[in-house]
Write a protein that binds this ligand. Structure first.
Ligand code: 13P
Ligand code: 13P
Ligand code: MG
Ligand code: MG
Length: 387
């Protein structure tokens, strides 16, 4: 028996600490400020390697280390990096400086304090490809559809049929963000139950995916919903995700294929509109039209001896030109709806914006109206008449 191999952790932690020209993009000086904190943590041996980048106005820290998920030390490094970047952001008068830092004090873990967190821990394979996805102007549920395609749809992922190591399927851990509960569902046998939940991406979010035959982790998503933490609209939740590829997991090309369809996601202007998720390279990692359209970038790395090798800027490729063109067409089409649903989000998603204020203001002006029948409202399975 050989020595037990160490478990490496990859932590992707992100926050919007203020941005250049409204919610357009991160300022390079804030990236530098965060990088300095991470370089110092690497020197101290807290983290093994790191890469600091951004998607639109969100600063993203990608780190590897041997401290496990939810490590207080690593989270503190991330928190300090965001604090230092916020100082620069305030000096430069960047927009919404410190936006996602909902608390002033670090309390051992950044979860619940505002930053988004996706972390996974594994024993490195001889070759360990991982893809880090980062999205701006949308919410964690935006990854539901692509994750289903990647790990459960054989029309996307040939390996589900062809590769014996994937043929048994996967386990999806789904989080109900309203109730704070999780449920595990297996594919292919529980696909329809899974789809019944994750088709409501504002509430049911795929948090993790495991390979069924050995419970190896395949994917993890940041699931923070800022409005549910803060109790009001403070910006969208702009998620990050880590996916492992190849050798018993979907090939990197199968992982990317799931983003060739620019599906509609919630977010965009003021976090209150549906729009297409457009895959882009880092050079287009910024938002313009109506603060969008919502974007996703994908960085490919190899993890070797705990080091991040890379990145490869995976959507920076002509193969996604037609996807982007379709996203532009959908952008035009959706925009012409102006303030109407389904471009604007539904009332349940608008509750943290001005809608309740408008309703409150108009409350006394509503008068009863004789409709010629009594409306019947269904509540909890039994119907009752409304007076
Ligand atoms: P290679 O034979 O080039 O390694 O490709 C295998 C594979 O997984 C392609 O998706
Ligand atoms: P962010 O969540 O990316 O900061 O965007 C907020 C917004 O209101 C965009 O219009
Ligand atoms: Mg912002
Ligand atoms: Mg953002």
């Amino acid at each position: 028996m050989g020595e037990e191999k160490p478990r490496v952790t990859i932590s992707v932690i992100k926050a919007d600490i203020g941005s250049l020209a409204g919610h357009h993009k991160v300022h390079p000086d804030t990236i530098l400020a965060a990088s300095r904190v991470l370089a110092e943590a690497k020197k101290r041996g807290v983290i093994k390697s790191f890469y600091v980048t951004h998607i639109g106005d969100d600063l993203v820290l990608i780190m590897t280390h041997y401290k496990g998920v939810d490590s207080q030390e690593v989270h503190e490094v991330a928190w300090n990096a965001f604090q230092e970047a916020t100082k620069v952001s305030k000096e430069l008068g960047l927009y919404a400086a410190g936006q996602d830092l909902l608390s002033d004090a670090f309390s051992g873990n950044v979860r619940g304090l505002g930053p988004g967190v996706a972390e996974m821990e594994f024993v490195e394979r001889p070759s360990e490809p991982v893809v880090v996805f980062m999205a701006d102007k949308t919410e964690p549920g935006a990854f539901n559809m692509p994750l289903y395609r990647i790990f459960a749809d054989p029309f996307n992922t040939a390996g589900l049929v062809i590769d014996p190591r994937m043929h048994d399927g996967f386990i999806f851990e789904v989080l109900d963000v309203m109730e704070g509960q999780v449920v595990e569902l297996k594919t292919p046998e529980e696909s329809y139950d899974l789809l019944a939940l994750i088709g409501t991406p504002s509430r049911y979010i795929i948090k993790r995916v495991y390979r069924k035959n050995d419970r190896e982790i395949g994917a993890v998503v940041s699931s923070e919903r800022l409005s549910l933490i803060a109790g009001r609209y403070v910006g969208k939740d702009d998620p990050v995700m880590i996916v492992r590829g190849q050798s018993g997991f979907p090939a990197v090309g199968e992982i990317l294929e799931a983003f060739s369809f620019p599906h509609l996601v919630a977010g965009w202007m003021r976090g209150s509109h549906h729009g297409p998720l457009m895959p882009v390279g880092l050079r287009d990692s910024r938002v313009t039209r109506f603060d969008g359209p919502p974007r996703v970038a994908a960085l490919g790395f190899q993890v070797k001896n705990g080091e991040l090798i890379g990145p490869a800027d995976l959507f920076d490729d002509v193969a996604f030109d037609e996807t982007r063109r379709m996203a532009q067409l959908i952008t035009d089409y959706m925009r012409r709806h102006g303030p109407f649903m389904p471009h604007r989000l539904g009332p349940e998603e608008m509750e943290y914006t001005t809608l309740p204020e408008v309703l409150k203001k108009l409350r006394s002006r509503f008068t009863s109206y004789e409709m010629g029948y009594k409306p019947v409202v269904k509540t909890g399975g039994s119907s009752e008449e409304v007076d």
